[in-house]
Each structure stands twice: as structure tokens, then as C-alpha cells.
Design a protein around this ligand. Structure first.
Ligand SMILES: [Zn+2]
Length: 344
């Protein structure tokens, strides 16, 4: 696989209030990981801003104007989503990086891409900012892939939070599959197993809610029993990954206990599906992850998986002494809800 990273140190210019978890220091960690990749001979490219047309595929025109009007100002768009003077411009770069990642992988075989961005995107709805997110970067990317001719796009989201925005944007669309593992019940409140999509999109939303405290083995089970079989049966032309790292055991927001090698394993499994289904086309876009050390380690794990494909190591960590009861419950609920749509 040839991996390209899209990132810029400018992502630190999106300022949040002191003590806010989605802090500019996260961009410094991303820069460090990008610099390491460049030193290994890898390609790192600065993104350009997403265009209004690209954003308007998933966001309302009035909302785009409202965000654009925050340029030069510090305002609260939501109880925990803030702008600083540069945010309107930086958020365009984040969405632009996701678009660039798609352009890169759609045009060739055995190519992977990683957009190291902030602010994150998966909580952003068609008409409002939410949960630290302004533009729904991965949704903009999926819509761009469709515009480039992809018939089926799979989005897998292992951030600890449910991607309400991404689900809502595509829940009536049979061409975009959304699969999420997340802590539940938890912010933002959506993501029950029974939410499977609507109308012609029924079956193309797949939720694996997991009780707080889930460990590597719970996620391994959810991937093996539901995530990977559904994505394979969907036969995507492209896999997009909403790569959030707040299910890490060190994360201050999430209540899960994933280790760094589990992020490598989940990513590697998706790369293997991409190699089998869509000539290795996979693009990852960062979401949450608020412990800086866990963020750095997990990003390195993802870089390794995206660069080395299915030969990447490590595989899943050895199961510990904790029985995967949370994973079993989640898988059972998901299978029950999805049985009309998929062979599970
Ligand atoms: Zn999150």
C-alpha cells in the first residue's frame, strides 16, 4: 500500500476555551506523527479548503453561511462547540483534507490515505454544529466519492461516541453504509441497535452499542461477527474510516478500555477488507481522542496499518481475563436488528 497523509500545522489555529478537551495541542501530536512519516520517506501534503459546493452536498446553505459569518470571531455554536477567529477557515481545511484523501485513493489501486484533522466532524448535522464538530468531514468525503463515481461507500466509525451526524445524513441512502461501534448509553444519545436506517436506506445503518467498560476482546468480537461481514457483503467501492481514539483506556472522556494495539488491529482488518473488495481503497479521517499520549500512539498504529496492509502487525492483542460480555450483548442486539438485511 502507498499511504499519503494530508495534514497541516495550521490545524492548531482552531482555538477552543482553556480546558476544552478538543485542544490545539492535538494538532501538535498530529504534526509529530506526520513528520515521522515524512522522515520515513512517506508523502505528506497540506490540504486546501473544501469548496462550498463540496460542503453543500451534506450541509444546508444557511448553515454554511452561518459558519462562514463566524470568521474573525470567537462564538459558541453549541454548548461545547466554539469558534476562534481562524476557525471558519481551518474547518474548511479539515473538510478539504478529507476530500483530498478521497481524490487520492479513488484514482488508483492499493493506495491509502490519512487525513489528520481538527476540528472533528461526525457529530455535525446538516444544519448545525455539535460536539466539537463544525463540518462533517467524513460525510463530505463520502459525498465527494459518490460524485466521483463510487456506487457504494462504506463508513466505519470506531470513535467512542456515536456519529449522529453521519448517520442522519445517510440513513435514507442505500449507497452509503454507516457502521459504528460506540459507548452506549452515552453522548450524543443516538446509536441504538434498532436504528438501522430508513426507507430505501433500511439496513444500511449498522449500530453496535457497547456498555461502558468494553475491552479489546469486545471490539474484536463486534468486528468479527458484525462489522466485517456487513462491510464485505456491501461490496464497497471505497472504505472511509472515522478514526477516533477516545475509546482508548487512557482517554479522559470515554469509558472504554481499548489498548493501542487494538486500534492497529481494527484498522488492519478494514484494510484487509478494502484489499479484497475495492483494490485497497481506504481513507481514514480523524475524529476524537483526547489523551495526547494515547492519540500519538494510536495514530502511529493506524499509520502502520494503512501503510503495510494486511501484513501489518500486531494482530489483535491476546484476550485478557475479562469475558467479552459487552461485545456479546452488542453483537446479539445488532444481529437481531439486522437479520432482515444481512447474513450474520
Ligand atoms: Zn468521540
Amino acid at each position: 500500500m502507498s499511504l499519503i497523509i494530508f495534514s497541516t500545522e495550521r490545524f492548531a489555529e482552531h482555538q477552543t476555551p482553556p480546558g476544552h478537551p478538543e485542544a490545539p495541542e492535538r494538532a501538535e501530536v498530529m504534526d509529530t506523527v506526520a513528520a515521522e512519516w515524512r522522515r520515513q520517506g512517506g508523502e505528506v501534503v497540506s490540504p486546501t479548503a473544501a469548496t462550498r459546493d463540496q460542503l453543500a452536498r451534506v450541509h444546508d446553505a444557511a448553515y454554511l453561511s452561518r459558519v462562514a459569518a463566524t470568521a474573525g470571531k470567537a462564538v459558541a455554536l453549541d454548548a461545547d462547540t466554539y469558534t476562534s477567529p481562524a476557525t471558519a477557515e481551518i474547518a474548511l481545511l479539515a473538510a478539504g483534507a478529507a476530500v483530498a484523501a478521497v481524490e487520492r485513493v479513488m484514482g488508483r489501486s492499493r493506495a491509502s490515505a490519512l487525513a489528520l484533522v481538527r476540528p472533528p466532524g461526525h457529530h455535525a448535522e446538516r444544519d448545525r454544529a455539535m460536539g466539537f464538530c463544525l463540518y462533517n468531514n467524513v460525510a463530505v468525503a463520502a459525498a465527494h466519492a459518490r460524485a466521483l463515481g463510487a456506487t457504494r461507500v462504506a463508513i466505519v466509525d470506531y470513535d467512542v461516541h456515536h456519529g449522529n451526524g453521519t448517520q442522519h445524513l445517510f440513513e435514507r441512502d442505500a449507497h452509503v453504509l454507516y457502521v459504528s461501534t460506540h459507548q452506549y448509553p452515552y453522548y450524543p444519545g443516538t446509536g441504538a441497535a434498532g436504528e438501522v436506517g430508513e426507507r430505501q436506506g433500511a439496513g444500511f445503518t449498522v449500530n453496535l452499542p457497547l456498555e461502558v467498560g468494553a475491552v479489546d476482546e469486545d471490539y474484536r468480537l463486534a468486528f468479527a461477527e458484525v462489522v466485517l461481514p456487513v462491510v464485505r457483503q456491501f461490496r464497497p467501492d471505497l472504505i472511509l474510516l472515522s478514526a477516533g481514539f477516545d475509546a482508548h483506556e487512557r482517554d479522559p472522556l470515554g469509558g472504554m478500555r481499548l489498548t493501542t494495539p487494538a486500534f492497529a488491529a481494527m484498522t488492519r482488518e478494514l484494510v484487509a477488507v478494502a484489499e479484497d473488495c475495492c483494490r485497497g481503497r481506504i481513507a481514514a479521517v480523524t475524529e476524537g481522542g483526547y489523551d495526547l499520549r494515547a492519540l500519538g500512539g494510536s495514530l502511529r498504529a493506524v499509520v502502520g496499518a494503512l501503510a503495510n496492509g494486511r501484513s501489518a502487525r500486531p494482530d489483535w492483542p491476546a484476550a485478557g481475563r475479562i469475558a467479552p460480555s459487552r461485545g456479546q450483548a452488542s453483537v446479539a442486539a445488532a444481529k437481531k436488528a439486522l437479520s432482515p438485511y444481512w447474513r450474520l
